[in-house]
Design a protein. Sequence first.
Length: 319
Amino acid sequence: MEGLSQKDNSINKMVGDSNILGAVEPEYRSNLTHNLNEKQPLITDNGEKLEEFEISSMAKEIIESVMEYLPDFLRGYGLKKYVPIGQNNFHLVNADDFAKKFPEAKADVIGRWDSKRQAVILFVNKESAVEDNPTFFLIISSHEIMHAQSFSSLDIKESVDTKESDSLDLAGFTLTYEDGSTSFAKARLRRIGLSIIGKKNQDYFYGLNEAVTQELTERFSLKLLSENSGLESLAISEDKIKTDSGFIYSKNRQKLWQIVDEILDKNNDKFGDREEVFKVFTQAYFDGNIVPLAKLIEGTYGKGAFRRLGEETQNAVMK
């Protein structure tokens, strides 16, 4: 089977003010591609560099194994092109140092995919974190790489605020026009996977997005173990994967499967099993077309149900 083609960076689409989008998009895409190919330093707005631990040989081996098998695995869930992630895209950040420099950040986040820097950032407490628990590193790194593979879009608009960045996911830049005048534009994350970021930074479907991400992560980790015997030498086992993965967004995943089962029960003439329903979610997660999913939710629960679901799943933990 022919392999999937690669993407230049993780951003599928850019939208925004038409008068500046044409001037901004080529340059910004070029910057994103550069960031994907070249490791970027993690520096705060105040110019402070975040303390990082070195990527160990064990971590490198796990990252390489993930990217060797992940694209073909995700093809079955709707992925068309993949983002090549390597060790240069990884940052093992000292969690205590990060908490001091970003006190407003979510304290319970273990890792994140940074769209601006095209980087996986994992928060660890000590240099030996990967060697202490290679199974957990496999799961968390796969989870964040999964986010990088999902549909992603940016909203680019003029801004009166000339501060270049006020979070790890925003970027700003000055535009100079032919007549010598300038303006300032900001790019902000608009979509990632199933998540839809509102104008006031509401993260609709955030909890549902994490549920789908972790469900795919656990499935992939188990599949990778079955196909790559080398992981067993790192003391990674099926039981450890299920145990370590089981508590990650567990309530979210329970809610996801509750929704899937309710959809299947009310649409058994359209779907043969719950897996077919689940793939409606993953298709939207990877290609960004949420219309089929929205119609399915509305058809099952009634008019306005899709919007309500987005509002109900804004939080990290779904009820």
